[in-house]
Structures are given as C-alpha cells and as structure tokens.
Design a protein around this ligand. Structure first.
Ligand code: S3P
Length: 181
C-alpha cells in the first residue's frame, strides 16, 4: 500500500472476535507491522496474561494494557494493532484509539464467540465461568463502546479470517484514500 497517507489500524472487539488472527494477515496485506497488545504486555511483564491477573489483579493488568497501547500507538511506523477485548473500558484508551488510529470493530454473534473461546480457554475472565454468561454480560457493557469508536465494522461470525482480512484491506484502502502501488 502507498505510504502517502499512513495511520495505524486498530482492531477492537470481544474475546474470540478474531483480533489476534486477523491482525497479522491484515498487516502483511497492508505492508504494515503488526503488534498484539496482549503479547506486548506478557513479554514486558515476563509472565502470561493469566498469571498477571492471578498475581497482580485486573487493575494492574489494565495499567499495563494502557501503557502498552500508549507506547505502540506512538510508533512512527504504521501498525496494525490487535487489542484485548477490554481496551475500551478506559476513557483514556478510547480517546487515544479514536485520535490516533482507524478503528476496526470485529463483530460476531455471541454463539460464534462462545464456540471460538471454548477452544482456547486460557482467558482469565472466563476461568471457571460459563462463557455464554460472561460474553453476554460483556456485550451489554462494551458493544456500544466498540460501536461508538468504529470507523469500520465487520461481522466475522461466518467468515474465514483470510476473507475478513481481504475485505478489510479493500475497505481500508478507500478509508485511507490510497491505491495499491
Ligand atoms: C480481556 C481480553 C483478552 C485479554 C484479557 C482481558 C477482556 O484479550 O486482554 O484476558 O477484558 O476482554 P482477547 O480479547 O484477545 O481475548
């Protein structure tokens, strides 16, 4: 993609919406670097997200998440940034996302999300809980926050990640006002 008009692209949405899978695919289509904030946080802390929640609690995790977003979004090179589902909880994060990036909301039906998160159940917010209940509750709290932020939204419920990233690539080209070189 032409580098004439560059802006970070951030992927937001619930756990299981595909942010971590689609991020690298989209990054390579766009010729942008890709970072996953959960990976940044875990690397910096030297422990997994689950262990951070267990040992330090959610507030410390949210502080680390905010720091990771701030540092990556200030990168001079354009990035595709996969965020964690809770990035929208803090007003300061929402402000940064809105001002410094083009925000893509990856949506999916709760049933599709439940199916996907049940395959990898390492997420601390789901530990020992019914994923359907947790995701339904989170949807009530967060769906309008994702919606308010989104420059682009796409329903990934019945789509393969490669198709989602290709559709997004086309849509982003027109949003960023650039054509292929
Ligand atoms: C969280 C989502 C997770 C991770 C953490 C908290 C959330 O990321 O950041 O477990 O609050 O929804 P994914 O959305 O990539 O699962």
């Amino acid at each position: 993609m032409s580098k004439a008009k560059l802006q970070h692209v951030t992927l937001v949405g619930h756990m299981g919406s595909g942010k971590s899978t689609i991020g690298p695919l989209l990054g390579s289509l766009m010729d942008f670097g890709h970072v996953d904030l959960d990976v940044v946080i875990a690397n910096r802390a030297g422990r997994s997200i689950g262990v951070i929640f267990e040992e330090k609690g959610e507030k410390v995790f949210r502080d680390l998440e905010e720091q990771a977003l701030k540092s990556k979004i200030s990168s001079l090179d354009p990035l595709v940034i996969s965020t964690g589902g809770g990035i929208v909880e803090r007003t300061s994060n929402r402000k940064l996302l809105k001002e410094e990036s083009l925000v893509v909301w990856l949506r999916a039906d709760i049933e599709a999300l439940v199916k996907r998160v049940s395959r990898h159940s390492l997420r601390p917010l789901l530990k020992g809980k019914d994923p359907l209940e947790v995701l339904t509750q989170l949807d009530e709290e967060r769906a309008s926050l994702y919606e308010d932020l989104a420059d682009i939204e796409i329903d990934t419920s019945n789509m393969k990640p490669s198709n989602v990233s290709e559709l997004l690539f086309d849509s982003l080209k027109s949003h960023l006002g650039v054509e292929n070189e």
